[in-house]
Structures are given as C-alpha cells and as structure tokens.
Design a protein. Structure first.
Length: 197
C-alpha cells in the first residue's frame, strides 16, 4: 500500500491515547446549543481523568482547559475552534469542525496538548497494528460492545436492543458469525502447521 514510513511506525501516536471531541458526542450530550459553558469529561474505570469547558457559539466553540508536562505547573489554554456548515442534498446542513492547523473539515478532533485533527496529530488507529485474526475478533467485539454486551466471544451473541431494526440486527449477527468462523479457521490452520513441525 503506502511507501516507506507511511504507517507512522509502531511508536506513532495511537488515537486511543488522545482525548476525543466528536460532534456526535457533543450533540448527544446536548452541548451544541448556546446555553453557556458546559463541562466535557473523560473517565476511566468510573474515575474522571480529564475535562474541558466547552462554550458553543454558532460559528465556533471555545475550549478552556489546562495542561502540564510531567513535573511542571499547569498552563491554561483557550482555543477557539471554528465550525463550518455544508448544505445537504435534500435540505438542512451538516456541521463540521475545522482543524486549526490544517484547516481541514472533520467530525472529530483529538487533544494532546492542543486539539487538532487525526492527521495533524499523525495518529494511527489501533487496528493498523493487528494481524488478520485479531482484527476479525476486534471488529466482532466492537459490535458486541455497541449492543451493550461485554465483548467476550465466549458468550452468545447479545439480544436485539429495542431501538434496533431486525434487519440491522440480523446483518450484525451474520457478520459476527462470519468473523467467528474465519477466526477459528485461521486458528485451526496455525495449529495444524504447528503440529506438522
């Protein structure tokens, strides 16, 4: 696919190590309304690990937060992140975040020291470093987690949520089944090769 060095390397920044601000999450949390500053938080195991104040305006949103390097004092940062709107085919408009560095429109920005798009952070997806069998299982586990289950492949496929259409549920169930079959076929082939040695 890409040329020399195109993948970012194993020591590249992973998206999972950055704080994400996504328009979908902001809309779900009702933060895309002009009603003053609101606190957006990130937590791990029920404990808050980071937060940022979000002040939404029609043309931008303002982020207020603090950062520090190890051992240094906290530094306040205030960023005004521009928003863009594009017309939709059948009316209405789509909202975009404009990256302050590259001016690219995107749906999500990620915070290290500053909030920028994935490209500017040179961040990679965790799945880019998974081999075939692990990638299959990761996809199947993501589907199970999105359906409210634990993600364990040892458990039966989760029941259909009330809000989901049957057609969608059957499609996801079939994908899970195919991923499981492929995974066990690959594991069987690897096991066979091992015992032939």
């Amino acid at each position: 696919m890409g040329g020399w060095g195109s993948g970012g390397g194993r020591d590249a920044t992973k998206l999972t190590s950055l704080r994400k601000i996504d328009l979908v999450d902001l809309r779900r949390l009702n933060m895309l309304r002009e009603n003053g500053r609101q606190l957006l938080t990130w937590s791990r195991n029920g404990e808050r690990v980071a937060s940022v104040n979000v002040d939404y305006r029609r043309s931008c949103f303002i982020l207020d937060y603090r950062v520090r390097d190890r051992g240094d004092d906290w530094r306040p940062i205030r960023e005004e992140i521009p928003l863009a709107r594009t017309g939709q085919k059948f009316g209405g408009e789509r909202l975009w975040i404009v990256c302050l560095s590259c001016r690219r429109r995107c749906r999500a920005i990620y915070g290290g020291e500053y909030f920028r798009c994935r490209v500017c952070h040179r961040a990679t997806y965790p799945s880019q470093y998974e081999d075939g069998p692990n990638r299959l299982i990761s996809r199947a586990q993501d589907v199970r987690i999105n359906l409210g289950a634990s993600g364990s492949m040892d458990e039966p496929f989760p029941k259909k949520p009330k809000w989901m259409r049957w057609k969608t549920y059957h499609r996801l169930s079939r994908k899970d089944e195919i991923a499981g079959e492929r995974f066990w076929r690959i594991v069987g082939e690897l096991d066979e090769r091992f015992w032939k040695r």
